[in-house]
Every structure is written in C-alpha cells, then in structure tokens.
Design a binder for this molecule. Structure first.
Ligand SMILES: Nc1ncnc2c1ncn2[C@@H]1O[C@H](COP(=O)(O)OP(=O)(O)OP(=O)(O)O)[C@@H](O)[C@H]1O
Length: 222
C-alpha cells in the first residue's frame, strides 16, 4: 500500500527533517509511528498526503509514485485517504452531521446518498444520536469521534492520524485507538503518529520509531 524508497525531506536549505527512509506498509496493516517531538512524524504523514514532495527518493502509494501525480489528480488521490488531526479541525458553527458531510458536499454527492453515508459513519463511531449537536456541545472524546467519522465517510483505503489522542485522558485515548482498530479490522490500512508509548505498546501493532528523521526501529512487523 505504502512504500518509502530512500526518502529524504529537506525544508528550505536546512538539515534533513527526514533522511534515508525505507519501509513498506502492506494493505490492511495497522502501524504506529512514534518518536520525539520534531523526529519527523508529521512530515512523514504529509508526504503520504502529498502535501509535500520528497527532496529525494520516492513515496509510492497504491503502486503510484505520488510525486508524479499531476496537480489535477491530487484531489482524487487525497480522497482515498482519511485524515484525523489532534485538534480535529471541526467547524464550530456547523452541526455534527454537517461536519461529517463536508467531504461529500465538496464532491457534490447527492444529498440522500450523502445523508446515508454520514449516518453510517456516525453510527460506527457511536454518535448517531448527536447528529444535530454543535461540536461545542460535545466532550473532547466525542469531538475526536466526529473527526474520525468525517475521515472515514468516504470509505478511504488508507486512514492517517496525527496524534489523535493528544488531548485525551488515558481511557478516552484507549477508546479512540479501539475505533481505529475497528476500521482496520474491516480492511482499512491505518497509520497513526503518536508519542504515547505507554498506550501504543499495549496494542500489539507494528511500531515504526523515528529519531532525528531516521527510522531507528521497526518492531512487530507482520
Ligand atoms: N514546513 C516546514 N518548514 C520548515 N521546517 C519544518 C516544516 N515542517 C517541519 N519542519 C521541521 O522538520 C522537523 C520534523 O518536524 P515534524 O513536525 O515532522 O516532527 P514531529 O515528529 O511530527 O514532531 P511533533 O510531534 O512535535 O509534531 C522539525 O525540525 C521541524 O522543525
């Protein structure tokens, strides 16, 4: 699903934020990405989202060197990827329902079909009963669930998350990770950047560790 081949990333003329990265993630795998602050986790995810291009090497996703995508193909490429952020980036003046329908609205999906998919996504994260609520009326954990529902409403083949439990207490964090496991169980490839070692070590998935932009350990690979 994902292959990093000798990937380096340099911002401006500075040191390499990522260097000599080589790894593969198989379709259907669940992988954690960890490392200290500044180790390069977000940069790595941004390369997969094609928000950045590598300075050297290739990032291959679903068989394509994504640096070669034409600008007009990039929006279609990104639609296959669901992204969850630490601060969930919800629109606070829109209901839960409308936050989740946003990616579908942008694609011009017909309202009835869109509503069906939004409710299916909200159901999966246990928030069907809150569809009319505004994000401000929800707890932090519930807000993150809305962010996850929005990320999966397109049924992406790949789900990426950058510190999705950063602001949550341990129980809520475990619940959120359980949700990612549910999506992985139905075939979604999942990659999660997290510095919460205590949490991810207990989950028995593959863990890729970065230090200063280099891959220093790859544990539990299938
Ligand atoms: N757009 C950018 N321009 C210049 N330097 C950047 C940019 N983005 C990241 N960096 C630098 O690249 C390095 C890796 O940053 P990155 O955000 O990928 O690390 P991280 O592991 O995700 O850290 P954190 O957990 O703090 O978010 C850091 O030294 C950072 O300052």
């Amino acid at each position: 699903m994902i292959a990093f081949e000798h990937v380096g990333k340099r911002y401006g003329g500075r040191f390499e934020a990522l260097s000599h990265l080589n790894f593969r993630v198989a379709r259907g795998e669940m992988v954690f990405l960890t490392g200290h602050s500044g180790a390069g986790k977000s940069s790595l995810l941004r390369l997969i989202m094609r928000l950045e291009k590598p300075s050297r090497g290739r990032v291959v996703v679903a068989g394509h060197d994504i640096a070669q995508l034409h600008a007009s193909q990039v929006p279609f490429y990104r639609r296959q990827i669901g992204v969850v952020f630490q601060d969930h980036q919800l629109l606070f003046d829109r209901s839960v329902f409308h936050n989740v329908s946003l990616p579908l609205d942008i694609q011009g999906i017909e309202p009835r079909e869109s509503a069906r998919r939004v409710r299916a996504a909200l159901d999966k994260v246990g928030l069907l009963h809150r569809e009319k609520a505004l994000p401000i009326e929800l707890s932090g954990g519930e807000q993150q669930r809305v962010g996850i529902a929005r990320a999966v409403v397109n049924k992406p083949a790949l789900l990426l998350a950058d510190e999705p439990t950063g602001n949550l207490d341990p129980q809520l964090s475990a619940d959120i990770m359980g949700l990612f496991e549910d999506f992985n169980r139905i075939g979604t490839t999942v990659m999660i950047a997290s510095h919460d070692l205590a949490l991810i070590a207990g989950l028995r998935h593959r863990i890729i560790r970065l230090r200063d932009g280099r891959l220093v350990a790859d544990e539990g690979a299938a």
